[in-house]
Design a protein around this ligand. Structure first.
Ligand code: HEC
Length: 109
């Protein structure tokens, strides 16, 4: 019984953690056609800039549901599709994008 509970806890902890390496693959397979990293704006904004201006949670939320958030993020129209990814993949790709810039807009020098 104890072992079952312990396994459950470890399993829950690992699935809730974001995996940056897995997130890089999610980026390459699902985002790179529209978003560059350091290549300037393409159809969508450059993720190097997004990493500096947005928190991981904001990136995750936008990727999950761009249609509901485009106005709050300052866009007048929504051209990004809602992608059919797993919750964990959204978390991973957001962690990867957020990891690109260690210093953030809201950090004071
Ligand atoms: C078909 C093109 C396309 C794909 C694929 C795409 N995006 Fe976008 N993305 C856009 C466009 C265009 C915008 C600008 C806002 C809009 O149109 O919704 C955008 C905006 C964003 C923003 C808001 C950036 C900001 O700070 O204002 C985030 C975050 C984002 N995308 C994440 C992702 C992630 C993560 C993926 C892959 C899982 C992805 N996008 C795939 C086109 C795309």
């Amino acid at each position: 019984m104890k072992k079952v509970i312990l396994f459950g806890l470890v399993f829950t902890a690992t699935t809730l953690l974001a995996d940056i390496a897995a997130g890089e693959n999610v980026y390459k397979e699902n985002c790179a056609i529209c978003h560059t990293i350091n290549g300037g704006a393409a159809l969508g904004p450059d993720f190097n800039i997004v990493s500096y201006t947005r928190r991981a949670k904001e990136i995750e939320n936008y990727a999950k549901d761009p249609y509901s958030l485009f106005e709050a993020f300052g866009y007048s129209a929504n051209a990004m599709p809602t992608l059919p990814l797993e919750a964990q993949q959204f978390k991973d790709v957001a962690a990867y994008i957020s990891s690109l810039q260690p210093f953030k807009k809201w950090m004071k020098k």
